[in-house]
Design a protein around this ligand. Structure first.
Ligand code: SAH
Length: 386
């Protein structure tokens, strides 16, 4: 088998599974793009099997510490292991992420389940080359009505892959009716943003909404309105959802109708909305897209967070709550907290932490691969009586 010899002190010796170009000492046996290769240390000791793509910054991703092929049995076994974990988690397995890339030993493969429909992404060359094999395994394990391929993620570009979205099995399922946390949603699996709903946030809706009764709520970067709708159902006095995408705003209105809830959906840039807003609120939710995909742009991202935090704090009523999220793994908890601390100092507010949030358990974190921990959130209250 072809492979790579890894330089000493590379991240793989600290438990990571990725190999960057700068960590390669030499290659042997002429490895081909998309192939399974073997990794060795500088003393010729085997480190395991990896997928290879010289076009990517991450040249190799280890998926096994042993010698292993990416064949039908492999996919059946790994997918089954991924599903059996979800069945033990306290979540509805009919609406969840069934397989999540490195965290399930399937680098670059993501499978989401929406009832009888599956949505699949292949974000690495090796997984992309094996789409047929994976579809076969999924059909055998789950007999889904349909499998939608949603390969429009910008991450594919880094692997030299073109965008492509299509129905690979069954009929186009759109629009799909779903129930999550007692709320009804209509999602487009082939045409909507992301792969339908933001599954990683499903647990947070109810937790944030538990603070909403009788409150005036602003849900910024609302997408289809998961937070706002949960707050409306929990008895909020009023709910305003703001999103820049007209598609998201129509989805909020449609979902509100489906649940017989009253929500004001506004199509606007949240930065502008927060700046010019003349109302005040008792609960503000901020769940922006990742402001940075690279470490280089971290400074800009932190300025973005600071701006929305400052503006939101100024719009909060006495004793109000701010629930704020970051979905960039470059912005770790400590950094995100320090951003909030600075915003509190600048606005002369005293915040107290009421709750912390993270990605739902169907997106498991590997402590040795920090990139797998990306979603973090905090809910602060303005300290009452100050
Ligand atoms: N809270 C949502 C997920 C938000 S995803 C949920 O749980 O479903 C981020 C959303 O921010 C996307 O819907 C995107 O359309 C929107 N968005 C991106 N930039 C924006 C901006 N400048 N102003 C308002 N919305 C924005």
């Amino acid at each position: 088998m072809a492979g790579l010899v890894i330089k000493p002190r590379s991240r793989i010796f600290h438990g990571h599974d990725w190999v960057y170009a700068s960590e390669i000492k030499k290659s042997f046996g002429n490895p081909q793009p998309g192939e399974v290769i073997s990794l060795k240390d500088f003393k010729d000791k085997p480190l395991g099997s990896a997928i290879y793509n010289p076009r990517s910054q991450i040249v190799a991703r280890r998926f096994s510490r042993r010698k292993q092929d990416l064949d039908r049995e492999f996919f059946l076994r790994r997918l089954q292991l991924a599903f059996s974990l979800r069945q033990r988690l306290p979540l509805d397995v009919s609406l969840c992420r069934l397989a999540w890339s490195e965290s399930d030993g399937l680098p670059g493969l993501i499978i989401d389940r929406y009832g009888p429909h599956l949505v699949m992404q292949t974000l690495t060359l090796a997984m992309d080359q094996r789409i047929e094999l994976i579809i076969e395994a999924l059909r055998e394990l789950l007999s889904p009505d349909s499998i939608v391929i949603r390969n429009d993620s910008p991450m594919r570009k880094a692997e030299g892959l073109e965008p492509a979205s299509f129905v690979a099995h069954g009929e186009n399922p759109d629009p799909v009716s779903l129930e999550a946390g007692g709320l009804r949603f209509e999602a487009n699996l082939l045409g909507g943003q992301k792969t339908g709903l933001y599954l990683d946030q499903l647990d947070s809706y109810e937790r944030v909404a538990s603070l909403a009764e009788g409150k005036r709520v602003l849900d910024c970067f609302s997408n289809q309105g998961g937070f706002g709708l949960a707050c409306a159902r929990a008895g909020a006095a009023s709910v305003t959802c703001v999103d820049i995408s007209s598609e998201a705003v129509s989805a909020v209105r449609n979902n509100a109708r489906l649940n017989s809830l009253e929500v004001d959906a506004v199509e606007a840039n949240a930065f502008d909305y927060l700046k010019s807003c003349e109302e005040t609120f008792d609960l503000i939710i901020l769940d922006p897209p990742s402001f940075t995909r690279s470490k280089k742009a971290l400074g800009d991202a932190m300025r973005g967070y600071k701006e929305i935090h400052l503006r939101a704090l100024k719009l909060l009523n006495h004793d109000g709550y701010l629930a704020t999220f970051s979905c960039s793994h470059h912005v770790n908890r400590e950094l995100f907290l320090s951003n909030l601390r600075d915003a509190a100092v600048d606005t002369r507010r005293t915040l107290r932490l009421v709750e912390s949030y993270c990605q739902r358990a169907d997106h498991p974190i590997l402590p040795t691969i920090p990139e797998t921990e990306y979603l973090k959130g905090f809910c602060f209250q303005l300290l009452p009586g100050r």
